[in-house]
Design a protein around this ligand. Structure first.
Ligand SMILES: Cc1cc2nc3c(=O)[nH]c(=O)nc-3n(C[C@H](O)[C@H](O)[C@H](O)COP(=O)(O)O)c2cc1C
Length: 319
C-alpha cells in the first residue's frame, strides 16, 4: 500500500496538500529560481486589485517574537499587468493548482475581477481576500460581517465557474458564523486564517513600529489561534473543504492542521525564513504518513482525539 499525497479540495484536485500563501510568494517566478515550484500542490498569488496599488508607507514590516507584523497595504501590479505579465509563467506550470487571490474596496470590484478573470486560461480558482476594508460600509472588513461575506461570495459565484475559496479573517468573535455564511453563499472551500490585527511599539521613541500603527501578525506566534479556528470550523461544518494556515514551519505543523480538520495547508511567513520549506513539508508529510502506514493525507483530517464528553461543549476560554 503506497503512500500518496493527492487530495481533493472541493472541485480541485491537488497533487499534494501543500500550497503557498498569498503575499508571501509573489507571483511564483522569483521562487522558481530557487527550486522547481511545479512540485507544489498550489500557488496562491499576491492579492490582485483592479488597479495597481503601491501599498502603505514604510516601515511596513516588523519582526516580533516568533512572528512578524506587516502592513504592506496590498501592493500589487493590478489586474491588467497581472494577466499580461504574470499569468504566462503561472500558466506554464503543469503541477500546481493556480489560485488567484482577489481583493476590492467594494463588492462590485470583486465581481468585476472575477468576471474579467473568467476567460483567462490557466486559473483553477479564486481566493477572496475578505480581510479588506469595505469603502461603502465605513471601512469595516468584509470578513468580519456574515452578511457582507455572504453577499460578496453570492455575487462572485454568479460570475465565475471557477472554484471559490473564501479567505477568512481571524479578527472576529465567532469564526464559525462567518464560515457558515461563506459556505452557504457558495464558497467551495475556506482558507483560514489571515493575519491577526496587531501593534508593536518602540519604547525608546514612543512610536509605533509600523507607519500605519497597526498591521497583521503572522508566523508561529499565531499558529495556536489558527489551529483553534480550523478545529471550530471543522466541527461546525463537517463537510466543507478547509485550507489551514498560520505559522506553519514544518511537516509536523502541517500534520497538526490536518488533525484539526484542514484538508490542505498554505505556507506563508516561512517562505521568508526558509524558502524551501514547502518542499520540506511535502517530503516530511510523505514520510510521516508512510511511517504510520497511512495511504493518504485524508487519513489525518479531523482526527484530533478529543474526549467524547468535551465534543459538544463550548470551548474553554479562561485560564
Ligand atoms: C508580508 C505579507 C503579505 C501578505 N499579503 C497578503 C495578501 O496580499 N493577501 C492575503 O490574502 N493575505 C496576505 N498575507 C497573509 C498570508 O497569506 C497568511 O494568511 C498569514 O500570513 C498567515 O500565515 P503564515 O503565518 O504562514 O504567514 C500576507 C502575509 C504577509 C506576512
Amino acid at each position: 500500500m503506497a503512500t500518496q499525497l493527492k487530495v481533493q479540495l472541493g472541485p480541485l484536485k491537488l497533487q499534494n496538500p501543500v500550497l503557498v500563501a498569498s503575499g508571501t510568494f509573489g507571483y511564483g517566478e522569483e521562487y522558481n529560481r530557487l527550486y522547481d515550484v511545479s512540485r507544489l500542490g498550489g500557488i496562491v498569488t499576491k492579492s490582485i486589485s483592479l488597479k495597481p496599488r503601491s501599498g502603505n508607507p514604510v516601515p511596513r514590516i516588523y519582526e516580533t517574537p516568533s512572528g512578524m507584523i506587516n502592513a504592506i497595504g496590498l501592493q500589487n501590479v493590478g489586474l491588467e499587468a497581472f494577466i499580461q505579465k504574470k499569468m504566462p509563467f503561472l500558466r506554464s506550470l503543469k503541477g500546481p493548482r493556480i489560485i488567484v487571490n482577489i481583493v476590492g474596496d467594494r463588492i462590485s470590484e470583486y465581481v468585476e475581477l472575477a468576471a474579467r478573470l473568467e476567460d483567462v486560461k490557466g486559473i483553477d480558482g479564486l481566493e477572496l481576500n475578505l480581510s479588506c476594508p469595505n469603502c461603502e460600509r465605513g471601512g469595516i472588513e468584509f470578513g468580519v460581517n456574515p452578511k457582507l461575506t455572504a453577499e460578496v461570495i453570492r455575487k462572485v459565484r454568479r460570475r465565475t465557474r471557477r472554484a471559490i475559496i473564501a479567505k477568512l479573517s481571524p479578527n472576529v468573535t465567532d469564526v464559525t458564523l462567518i464560515a457558515r455564511a461563506a459556505a452557504e453563499a457558495g464558497a467551495d472551500a475556506l482558507s483560514l486564517i489571515n493575519t491577526l490585527l496587531a501593534l508593536a511599539v518602540d519604547a525608546s521613541t514612543w512610536r509605533p513600529r509600523i507607519a500605519t500603527v497597526t498591521g497583521g501578525l503572522s508566523g508561529p506566534a499565531v499558529k495556536p489561534v489558527a489551529l483553534r479556528m480550523v478545529w471550530q470550523v471543522r466541527r461546525a461544518l463537517p463537510k466543507t473543504p478547509i485550507i489551514g494556515l498560520g505559522g506553519i514551519m514544518t511537516a509536523r505543523d502541517a500534520v497538526e492542521f490536518l488533525l484539526c480538520g484542514a484538508n490542505a495547508v498554505q505556507l506563508g511567513t516561512v517562505n521568508y525564513v526558509n524558502p524551501k520549506a514547502p518542499l520540506e513539508v511535502i517530503a516530511g508529510l510523505k514520510s510521516y504518513l508512510a511511517e504510520r502506514k497511512l495511504k493518504s493525507p485524508s487519513a489525518l483530517v479531523g482526527k484530533l482525539q478529543v474526549p467524547e464528553r468535551l465534543r459538544g461543549l463550548p470551548q474553554v476560554v479562561t485560564g
